[in-house]
Design a protein. Structure first.
Length: 51
């Protein structure tokens, strides 16, 4: 394999690894969303209605 092919292959692999690492970093540093409490809407209800 000649030197031009090695340079092209190395650059392509470097770009792919850099993009994957960037998005992996973004996923790991993303703030978590707070999940809504499914029972918080029913706190005032004392007696459940039958359906």
């Amino acid at each position: 394999m000649n030197s031009a092919a090695l340079i092209t292959m190395s650059l392509a692999q470097g770009v792919v690894i850099s993009v994957a690492a960037y998005f992996f970093y973004r996923i790991l540093t993303m703030p978590s969303k707070s999940e809504p409490d499914s029972n918080s809407d029913n706190d005032e209800v004392l007696i459940r209605q039958k359906y």
